[in-house]
Design a protein around this ligand. Structure first.
Ligand SMILES: [Zn+2]
Length: 246
């Protein structure tokens, strides 16, 4: 598999950066995971025909979906000119909040299926599993397996007891690390702190950890990655436009 980070920020981008969006190629399958602000232009740079098999939205907050509302224009005009892809584009997303879900369905460009906890599906030769995590709106972590390798994206989530099991043994874990440890508001937090992301990687015995969902220019990224590395020495910050082999 191969992961390209289109954007690593949330809930707003750093100057010149983009919010959450990731392109995962698993064999013949091209899966887009989230499409936050600034990510569509980067997607078009590496997949100019938008030949995706499926879009999977972890949740319906704007920092993960806003470019979907621009993607619909691109898809429609590509289709009108007989270019790939054919419409509608398959999208898997939580069906709440209702207003955001309705906006996605209203265009007719997307063929939406609702996320569900434990949902498993196969797209070409990729095996995909969704698991509910903890965030103010319904949110799902995404696991993808292909040829014996496993990738897990936590989506946005606070700490929860079953996260380590969900991430266990991943070859690459892409984890929410939104807070510095001292900023963590406590058990009801909607995101992991850097230290919690590192601890998760250690507890789950993952092989590689990428920290993501960085708070724009407000984040001291040197401090953040140092806190993650106290628990998981190999922790890395996700780098925008970097390509990671899995
Ligand atoms: Zn977010």
């Amino acid at each position: 598999m191969e992961l390209t980070v289109l954007g690593r920020h949330g809930p707003f981008p750093a100057p010149g950066g983009a919010c959450s969006g990731y392109l995962l190629r698993a064999g013949q399958a091209a899966l887009l995971l989230d499409l936050g602000p600034g990510t569509l232009s980067r997607l078009l740079a590496i997949a100019p025909q938008l030949d995706l098999d499926c879009v999977i939205l972890s949740h319906l907050h704007s920092d993960h979906i806003s470019d979907m509302f621009v993607l619909r224009y691109a898809l429609r005009q590509f289709a009108e000119r007989g270019l790939r892809p054919t419409l509608p584009m398959p999208v898997i997303a939580p069906d709440e909040p209702k207003e955001e879900y309705r906006l996605l369905t209203a265009s007719g460009v997307f063929d939406l299926a609702s996320s569900a906890d434990g949902l498993q599906l196969r797209i070409r030769d990729a095996r995909i599993r969704l698991n509910r995590v903890t965030h103010p709106v319904p949110t799902y972590a995404v696991s993808v397996e292909h040829e014996g390798k496993r990738f897990v994206y936590t989506g946005d989530t606070g700490a929860r007891a079953d996260l380590a099991e969900l991430c266990y043994g991943a070859d690459l874990l892409l984890a929410d690390a939104n807070f510095l440890d001292e900023e963590n508001p406590g058990p009801s937090a909607p995101h992991l702190s850097a230290g919690q992301a590192g601890q998760l990687a250690a507890d789950a015995w993952v092989k590689r950890l990428l920290c993501t969902h960085i708070r724009g220019a407000l984040c001291d990224t040197d401090r953040l990655i140092a806190q993650a590395r106290r628990r998981f020495p190999g922790a890395e910050l996700a780098e925008e436009l970097a390509v990671y082999q899995i």
